[in-house]
Ligand binder design. Structure first.
Ligand SMILES: Cc1cc2nc3c(=O)[nH]c(=O)nc-3n(C[C@H](O)[C@H](O)[C@H](O)COP(=O)(O)OP(=O)(O)OC[C@H]3O[C@@H](n4cnc5c(N)ncnc54)[C@H](O)[C@@H]3O)c2cc1C
Length: 383
């Protein structure tokens, strides 16, 4: 059985920042990164199309804001990304849409953060890809398309297994960058009958872990239904359309949509992502297919109404191809941030990173990156 010093579950911004920062700090750990998705990115991932090389659509976060003053350690992680041109400012316009489908410049802080927008070039997933490729002396193995289902805490190590237990890994230390294995939401959604991390360490064995799990139990997250659309070729350059169109409150209420994201492709095509808000019904393995089809139809039918203020785009709808709906079960945590002091639980040698950790940028990409950096510093100091 493969044995590593550290297993990191999740290749989103937080997991990749943790690994990238450990590399920068000169760590010599032997690390395994395990990710359920096909590649790195998590909620800042990019959808590709097998039949169309070069198609890159950011179907989760299209970009993010960064606070004016970020800690030195986080800045150190971002500097090489900026110098390589992988993390760039997005100077394109951001508009607001009112309930009559009228467009105006956006001015709410969410749509127009003080420091502006940053995005990944050529796509959001590039940020995570480059973080994982940071030069250093760590040994890093990457295991994609593997969802960890079972966790066992043995005397001095962890055992991780996939659903049918055909894959297994032994690790001295474990980091969870998502809440899937620690939050009861997985029970209904995946029809699991236990919270894997709770089953692995009995209540009372680790006070810190107990506190973390009991806090997490109460936390809630927003659901998103994102419709992806290929708008075909538009005779426009990248600056002629807004990057994002945020719906004002009354418009959100009317259409149950948060924003529209437009993304030029390398071959003059344009991609559109409609960020649909939750319409309420809980998702289970049984309801999933029906709800996806329902949201797909709902969002496709809204397109002519939502896009009437952009004649070039609305004229292209005849040639547009919907590419399906992506459901983000926990697009953003809403409450009960995990205190920083619970990020690492030494008794069980388990730690957490992600946008659900307390701090600036909670619930956003900035918080995810910062949490990974902070945990890296702590793991490196405790080695
Ligand atoms: C639609 C949408 C729009 C957003 N817009 C913005 C925005 O405008 N600005 C902003 O700042 N933020 C935005 N966000 C939030 C931002 O994307 C997240 O805060 C950030 O990407 C979270 O990174 P993370 O590493 O904490 O989590 P994630 O990206 O969720 O990474 C966790 C990873 O762990 C993997 N994983 C979990 N459990 C397991 C398991 N058991 N086995 C294997 N792998 C597992 C998951 O597949 C995932 O890839 C948006 C998010 C969404 C979904």
């Amino acid at each position: 059985m493969t044995e590593v010093d550290l297993a990191v579950i999740g290749a989103g911004l937080s997991g990749c920042s943790l690994i990238g920062r450990l590399q920068q700090l000169g760590s010599d750990l032997n690390i395994a990164l395990i990710e359920a998705g096909r590649g790195p990115g998590g909620r800042a991932a990019t959808r590709r199309r097998r039949e169309q090389g070069g198609w890159l659509l950011n179907h989760g976060a299209p970009g993010f804001a960064l606070s004016d003053s970020i800690p030195e350690s986080m800045e150190a992680l971002l500097v090489p990304l900026r110098s390589a041109g992988v993390l760039q400012r997005d100077e394109r316009a951001v508009l607001a849409l009112d309930a009559q489908a009228g467009l105006s410049p956006a001015n709410c802080p969410e749509a127009c953060p003080d420091g502006g927008w940053w995005h990944g070039i050529p796509c959001m997933a590039s940020i995570c890809e480059v973080l994982l490729d940071a030069p250093g002396s760590m040994q890093l193995s990457r295991q994609f398309e593997t969802r960890v289902r079972w966790l066992e805490r043995r005397q001095d190590h962890w055992l991780l297994k996939n659903e049918d237990r055909s894959w297994c890994l032994k690790a001295k230390r474990l980091v969870l960058s998502g809440t899937l294995l620690a939050h009861p939401r997985s029970l209904k959604m995946l029809a699991w009958n236990d919270v894997p991390l709770r089953s692995a360490v009995e209540e009372g064995e680790d006070v810190g872990l107990d506190a973390a799990l009991s806090l997490l139990q109460h936390s809630q997250a927003e659901v998103r239904w994102n419709l992806m659309v290929d708008l075909g070729v538009l005779a426009l350059n990248g600056e002629q359309l807004p990057a994002q169109i945020w719906l004002k409150d009354a418009a959100k209420e009317r259409w149950k949509v948060e924003r529209l994201v437009l993304q030029p492709q390398s071959d003059a095509r344009w991609g559109l992502v409609v960020h649909g808000l939750d319409t309420g019904e809980a998702i289970t393995p049984e309801s999933q297919g029906r709800l996806l089809a329902q949201e797909h139809q709902r969002l496709v039918e809204l397109l002519p109404e939502l896009l009437q203020g952009l004649p070039v785009v609305s004229a292209a709808l005849d040639q547009a191809t919907p590419l399906g709906v992506m459901r983000w079960g926990a697009s953003r945590p809403l409450d009960h941030p995990l205190p920083k002091e619970l990020q690492w639980c030494p008794t069980s040698a388990v730690g957490f990173c992600g946008d659900w950790i307390e701090g600036p940028g909670f619930g956003r990409a900035e918080g995810a990156i910062l949490s990974g950096v902070n945990l890296a510093e702590q793991l490196h100091a405790d080695r």
